[in-house]
Design a protein around this ligand. Structure first.
Ligand SMILES: Nc1ncnc2c1ncn2[C@@H]1O[C@H](COP(=O)(O)OP(=O)(O)OP(=O)(O)O)[C@@H](O)[C@H]1O
Ligand SMILES: [Mg+2]
Length: 190
């Protein structure tokens, strides 16, 4: 008889399930992106919606902010690559809890993140959990997330870009002012 310690572990398929199952509606996913931008100290967050055409046959959503961005490869590893990592005191915490919110954006389309000298392209549907990473690019002083949607949202709850924009605006984020308001509560980004 041999006694020893064993450790329970997670199969990558479970992480994939968590990413896909936490996404419920597109506007909530966009709101997650906006909340991240605000927590990154942004004074301005831009959401741009483009209806499907040409390369983005199902539509393109862009979330761009002027916050601190992801500043080092260590931050990429700890904050972007890893789901569920506990937060530390150096981070600006308003809403963040689970280190999972970005998964909602991943669930809706092929994500291209550009921040600092980095570019991350996550395509959950076609490439799974492996993603393309580039470093050493010209320094980009903002964070820009482009989501090429896997499905056309205008077949779901919206019939136009305006309807989607309206819905997103009514979810409570008013970007572009400082300090920020969210659900009528004022937050300082500092
Ligand atoms: N726009 C952004 N600018 C700078 N860093 C960002 C941005 N978006 C995400 N991040 C980084 O990626 C991390 C992961 O984001 P994610 O939304 O997945 O989790 P979280 O915000 O930490 O927690 P929660 O699951 O509650 O949203 C953030 O903690 C932050 O460090
Ligand atoms: Mg978040």
């Amino acid at each position: 008889m041999a006694k020893r310690k064993r450790r329970l572990k997670m199969h990558p398929a479970l992480l994939m399930r968590v990413i896909l199952d936490q996404a419920c509606v597109l506007e909530k996913a966009i709101l997650e992106g906006d909340m991240n931008a605000i927590e990154a100290g942004s004074e301005e967050v831009r959401n741009i919606f483009k209806e499907g055409q040409g390369k983005w046959e199902n539509g393109l959503i862009t979330i761009e902010d002027d916050g601190i961005g992801i500043r080092s490869e260590q931050e990429v590893e700890e904050f972007f690559d890893e789901f569920g990592r506990p937060h530390d005191d150096s981070e600006n915490i308003i809403w963040k809890r689970f280190r999972m919110g970005r998964g909602q954006l991943f669930a809706y389309g092929r994500n291209t993140w550009r921040t600092g000298t980095f570019k991350m392209v996550v395509d959950i549907k076609n490439k799974g959990l492996d993603y393309d990473f580039e470093d050493g690019l010209p320094h980009f002083n903002r964070t820009k997330i482009e989501v090429e949607l896997y499905e056309n949202p205008f077949n779901w709850s919206y019939n136009s870009v305006d309807a989607l924009r309206q819905d997103q605006a009514s979810s409570g984020v008013h970007a572009g002012t400082h300090p920020f308001q969210w659900n009528s509560t004022e937050y300082s980004s500092g």
